[in-house]
Write a protein that binds this ligand. Structure first.
Ligand code: URA
Length: 425
């Protein structure tokens, strides 16, 4: 077989056979196909899509690039989000579901495009390791019921390589590529219960609800056909999820939620998604599952699980009690309102890009991340603020010149000019 023929076929919308897809994936994983040819094929997929059969073949070829886990645990669950800005739900849902008795065996990825990744977020905790051996992963699951592992040379190596390549070549945004990336990981960890959180809106890869529904449908179909108890839900990502964007900042916010200190939209969505997992795992009816998830947070048992997982994966568990132990940035910049305004919304993808610019993600494949970098939002849509009030604060350690980030951040705020001044009569 030859890569140029296969690239041309996809370019001309001629479906590839299962064997052709396997050959592409195996040759790339083995280092026999160069990045430039894989990138060209990925770009053709971004433009032309793949048939359902090709998407399935791609998912299985990527899963089979490494081992499939057969853990010595009666039932495991996994949850995956298709990606968004400020989406730290996995850090909350994993320990909460585990505290309710569901073993959460999670395989995650790093930041992708304008979105953050669970692996990068967890690695902002000093010492935290996600390159676990299968034995370590299983041992942690036995001990505490929640562990997070990354793709590796033995687990989904094809996704490890392709994920990093997509991030550096503008080839993230594609239903079949996202589906195969996520489902290959989920089928490799081989959890019995799968919850897929498909995001749509300005901060998501799927901008429209109908595209998100298409992605949800195909992922759920693949999950169910592999014999999993699988549910895909479609949730809104038009505005950042929670207040903080960026790795350590998001861990801090997740810990605050697990401490029971914060309520609001992020808390509600985490309770809802945890209840989905508990329901799928047969823990009770909807209202019982919601109550169990709420109790796990209010009683502190979810935080206890997170603390123990951090310790078992080599991190400093004291961060759960003292968030000043997380990386903090050297520089900060307050983005202020130039005039009285009512916030109507955000260009949330652009906020993700600003966070990347500050150092929170990778622009080139091998970029190092500034774990302290990111954004803390002070306002939500509907808020009215006066001239001079802070809209958001930008944080960075590697970048002390905030001029470009500040201009882009201001432009990412959608607002109406108002006048707070009430004339005296
Ligand atoms: N998460 C993944 O693991 N892969 C994608 O392509 C998008 C989100």
């Amino acid at each position: 077989m030859n890569a140029v023929d296969l690239i041309n076929k996809t370019k001309k919308n001629v479906p590839l056979t299962d064997n052709e897809i396997k050959w592409l994936i195996n040759s790339y994983t083995a280092g026999e196909l160069p990045d430039y040819q894989m990138s060209a094929w990925l770009m053709a997929v971004c433009f032309n899509g793949l048939t359902e059969e090709e998407t399935l073949a791609l998912t299985y070829a990527m899963r089979d690039s490494g081992d499939i886990l057969h853990l010595d645990i009666p039932m495991t669950a996994d949850k995956h989000s298709t990606g968004g800005v400020g989406d730290k739900t996995s850090l909350i849902i994993g320990p909460t579901a585990a505290a309710c008795g569901v073993c959460m065996a999670k395989m995650s990825g790093r930041g992708l495009g304008h979105t953050g990744g669970t692996i990068d977020k967890l690695e902002s905790i000093k010492g935290f390791r996600t390159d676990l051996s299968v034995h370590e992963f299983e041992d942690i699951l036995h001990k505490i019921g929640f562990s997070v592992i990354s793709q590796s040379d033995s687990l989904c190596p094809a996704d490890k390589k392709i994920y990093a390549l997509r991030n550096a070549t503008g080839t993230v945004n594609s239903i079949p590529l996202i589906c195969a990336s996520i489902m290959s990981k989920k089928l490799a960890t081989n959890a019995d219960v799968l919850l897929l959180d498909v995001k749509y809106g300005s901060g998501a890869f799927m901008k429209s609800r109908s595209d998100a529904e298409k992605l949800a449908a195909i992922m759920e179909k693949i999950g169910k056909s592999a014999g999993k108890k699988c549910r895909a839900v479609v949730t809104d990502m038009d505005i950042p999820l929670g207040k903080n964007i960026g790795n350590a900042l998001e861990v801090e916010e997740a810990i605050n939620i697990l401490r029971g200190n914060e309520r609001g939209r992020l808390y509600e969505i985490c309770i809802d998604l945890t209840a989905d997992i508990l329901e799928l795992a047969g823990k009770g009816n909807r209202s019982e599952c919601v109550r169990m998830a709420e109790n796990a947070i209010s009683s502190g048992t979810a935080l206890d699980v997170f603390r123990k997982t951090i310790e078992l994966q080599g991190g400093n568990p004291a961060v759960c009690d003292d968030i000043s132990l997380l990386p903090h940035s050297r520089f900060s910049y307050k983005v202020k309102a130039a005039h009285d305004m009512k916030i109507s919304g955000f260009d949330t993808e652009e906020l993700g890009m600003v966070s990347l610019l500050l150092g929170a993600g990778r622009i080139e494949k091998d970029d190092r991340i500034d774990m302290s970098a990111g954004i803390v939002m002070n306002v939500r849509p509907g808020d009215c603020i006066m001239a001079g009030e802070t809209i958001m604060t930008l944080y960075s350690t590697i970048c002390s010149d905030f001029s470009e980030a500040a201009v882009r951040a201001v432009n990412a705020v959608i607002s109406e000019k108002i006048n707070y001044h009430i004339p005296l009569t």
